[in-house]
Design a protein around this ligand. Structure first.
Ligand code: FES
Length: 113
């Protein structure tokens, strides 16, 4: 296995982790990440719901919309847009599949500089 040159890409698991239309919760670089498979493509989003911290990686995916399992807030997993207000956008992360592994690009750590 070759590690990508960019150190902010993290291995999130095998390429077949999710079937099309399904969801998984993974921990990447110490962060909970919700991983979605929409058709053949993976999408990744910060895994904790901004409402009260529900697990978006255990939500229900219909098309490209995930529904939080706790109180039903809905987000577009392609860009993080909250479905009832475009003022709220939940963080999403780039994803790629390379050499049979899923890679997620996490933001560089903020060291307070
Ligand atoms: S915690 Fe997600 S909708 Fe309330």
């Amino acid at each position: 296995m070759t590690v990508p040159a960019d150190p902010n890409w993290f291995d999130a698991g095998p390429e077949d982790l999710c079937e099309s239309g399904s969801v998984a919760e993974v921990v990447v670089a110490g962060e909970i990440v919700a991983l979605f498979r929409v058709d053949r493509e993976y999408r990744a989003m910060q895994g904790t719901c901004p409402h009260h911290g529900g697990p978006l990686g255990k939500g229900m995916l219909r098309g490209c919309i995930v529904t939080c399992p706790w109180h039903g807030w809905q987000f577009d997993v392609t860009d993080g847009t909250y479905q009832h207000s475009d003022q709220l956008q939940h963080p999403c992360f780039p994803v790629k599949v390379e050499k049979g592994r899923i890679w997620i690009q996490m933001p560089a750590p903020n060291h307070g500089n």
